[in-house]
Ligand binder design. Sequence first.
Ligand code: TYD
Ligand code: MG
Length: 467
Amino acid sequence: MARMARSRSIYACSKCGAQQAQWHGRCPECGAWSTLAEEVVGGNANTGANLLQVEKRTGAAKVRPLRDITTDATPRIPTGIPELDRVLGGGLVPASVVLIGGEPGVGKSTLALQLAVGLEHQGPFLYVTGEESPEQVRLRAQRLPRIPEAMLVLAETRVEEIAGPWRERDPKVVLVDSIQTVHTDRAESAPGSVTQVRECAALLAATAKSHGAALILIGHVTKDGNLAGPRLLEHLVDVVLNFEGDRGQAFRLLRASKNRFGSTDEVGVFTMGATGLEGVANPSELLLAERQTGTAGSCIVPIVAGSRPMLVELQALVAPAGYGTARRTSIGIDDGRLALLLAALDRCSDIDLVANDVYVNVAGGVRIAEPGADLALALALASSRLDLPLPPDVAACGEVGLGGEVRRVARLDLRLREAVRLGFRRVLIPAGAEEVARAPDDARVIPVADVGAAVAWLRASVSGKAS
Ligand code: TYD
Ligand code: MG
């Protein structure tokens, strides 16, 4: 008789999932502080098992020459949500596992319901809710333009209980909202713990793979990443989608950080309204809708998300600091990039920011991950410090290097076209790039070599002497 393995304690990091034999104040893997928590690992954890006890396809393993393998065979199920299809790379792949992560309140459950509407004609859709009652799910669905009437709702937190309905109803899609609320008998630790989340996800994923249903897992992520989140499950799933946005604002971005069946640089854009999520075909127009011209500290930058250009407004507020170290707060922009820009401005221009508090924000709750917004941020900072508003028809894009030099960015022509389409007539660009990027129509590009030149241009623009 096989001896039952003894339960033992390990310490797992809730951020990256790494396991340690001892407790550490700081995770040796990812460097996060106070994220290690004790977990009991049972002896009966069984990776690779699935809920339906379906035998994995057997038969002789088949070897094929690479030239005979075609790639156009991946079948896709269109989700009925064009913005989601765009990010998935054309639709949901049967027997694949998709993880949708996001902060609470961003709209994950709403997206799940709208997905059920879109997939209604594809076959049964099983919605497992560990978080809300079926009545709550119904209430939310009633706000949407269409209710996924045929969607099957199962309020359950024990993963093993899903097996029955799964076998009986033979769903095309199974969605679990959320992976942190379900638990399995195979692991002994509490729901939401690293071991539970990983075991449940592995079990569900193996089941989906052998059954052929597409599996969608919803995962919570907190701002400080303190809940067992997507990073932990990345290797278990085929696609990781991150749903971003500020819950106080309508704008939402859906990005893929991993996609086995498509590219990871497409972005889906939504707004959350009174009747659920709506796809946005023209993000720039929406993002600029609330812009006020004539205020200092604001600059427009054309960024590129995937294949799509977007105009966003960067806002900066520079104010005299009180006692002690000056504050630097940025929302939507990496702290490191802000620090770099402040140093570059200090070095290459006469803008003095050292003794000032600096606040930076990207309007609309967008997060900018590309360096192409550097020049616009430098201008926004200078504009606030000097209390000189930029002319309303000006946009800027370019990366700023450590020496303060303005460097070229990818897809400049695409950015210029978008800026001009929305009525901007002058765009500051990196010096030298004007040879490759032509401004369409009657718009003009203004090449600048470094941040010092950009600040000089800003000053001159006010006295009407700027080009
Ligand atoms: P929800 O999908 O529950 O978010 P999550 O599952 O990510 O926690 O929805 C979050 C917010 O969206 C909630 O505060 C209510 C709001 N909301 C709308 O504004 N319009 C709607 O039509 C719906 C369904 C929700
Ligand atoms: Mg939810």
